[in-house]
Design a protein around this ligand. Sequence first.
Ligand code: FE2
Length: 417
Amino acid sequence: MKKFINAKIYRNDEASEILVDDGKIVEIGNSLADADEVIDLDHKLVSAPFVDPHLHLDYVFVAGDGTGEGSGDSKSGTLFEAINRWPEIKKNQTVKDVKERIYKGLYEEMRHGVQAIRTHIDVTDPKFTALKAMLEVREEVKDKVDLQIVSFPQNGMYAFKGGAELVEEGLKMGADCVGGIPHFEWAREFGEKSIHEVVRLAVKYDKLIDVHCDETDDTHSRFVELLNALVLSEGIGKRTTASHTCSFGSADNAYAFRMMDLFKKSGMNFTSQPTENVYLQGRQDSYPKRRGITRVKEFIENGINVCFGQDSINDPWYPLGNGNLMNILDNGIHLAQTMSLPEIHTVLDLITINGAICLNMEDRYGIEAGKPANFIVLDAPNAFEAVRNRSDVLASVRHGEFLFKKKPVAYDVELSL
Ligand code: FE2
């Protein structure tokens, strides 16, 4: 038995101790039974691990820093230029080098306290180079991080010849979720056809759904409406995620309010990628320039599950990114204006439990008796201070063992005023 004491548990003011046995939480509370080992958490904030619900692990570190090797960023900074350049970059990849980059990406995310990731893997490649690499890594690291793989047609289900069949093959090979990219298809009809195919495949193979949906400022891009209607009819809304939905941030209120009623009915999840989309969107605007993110604040107010993801780490879509979800959260709450004083106390949900709900992993997520002893320790006394300071993650605990642990910054010479 192992006991973690002096914990300030996020959203639990009652308990300060976590008792762990055989990698599982036995009990949380105060003055719990003696244990063989006692670990003092020094009154730091303890949260369930960060969840990144949207990341492209097969793309990480492809761009380089512009001074040496690497494919660089896109000149226009638009989504569509990056997608169109991607085939030239991916054609020379090998399983070995994709795996090396995936591990670098995982290191970046995990050193910041992430323990669950949903990654979109491009399957518009008849050799499935990236998917083979990702499936191997998922198995190799399964004790350290939960990985969900989306069979994702980056270059289109129909814009890429045979794309729909490749998505299906990706599911048979072991992907967990069906992906799609309707706003990239060559006509609205093809985009709609792709949404029908995504839902058909999810039902046929009993898979989750995560669609890159309406990642554009074009208010006529409304594929989220069809996706929601189909999963509502099938009763699989909670197993479905619409990612990005940028155009919904530009839609008029009459449409948006009608749709939000229907999203509530289906229980569909949403992911928003604030740093990525504020960088990519609004590129055709002069001024005023749109922010490019979906209606995060209104989703929260309407009880629609929404979470934040990193999306890219140094790829043609986005030059920066380091897996630090506290940075994503900080950007996201500013852009979404979810920053009233009461809201700040609970916005950590956007990079923790809301992501776990999106991944359908609530049964094994959270600081509760009977669940795996997975949690992180932040360098802050409470959630408000963690958000205000974008606090560092000092430790990540997995099945009761430290994945890493570090000390808070110590000064050689401290500022004195
Ligand atoms: Fe994405």
